[in-house]
Write a protein that binds this ligand. Structure first.
Ligand SMILES: [Zn+2]
Length: 47
């Protein structure tokens, strides 16, 4: 799900402009990450 609001990426702690990343539900809270960071994390997991 694309983030509607700007936030801080929980992976690299950088600023995520609205629409530039993803929101996800985690332990009852919403967290934000860059789309790029999500792809990177997925690749690292699979390799
Ligand atoms: Zn990031």
């Amino acid at each position: 799900m694309r983030n509607k609001y700007a936030g801080i990426c929980y992976r690299c702690h950088g600023n995520v402009p609205a629409g530039a990343g993803h929101f996800e539900r985690h332990q009852g809270k919403w967290r934000t990450q860059h789309a790029d960071c999500a792809i990177k994390a997925k690749q690292e997991k699979e390799s």
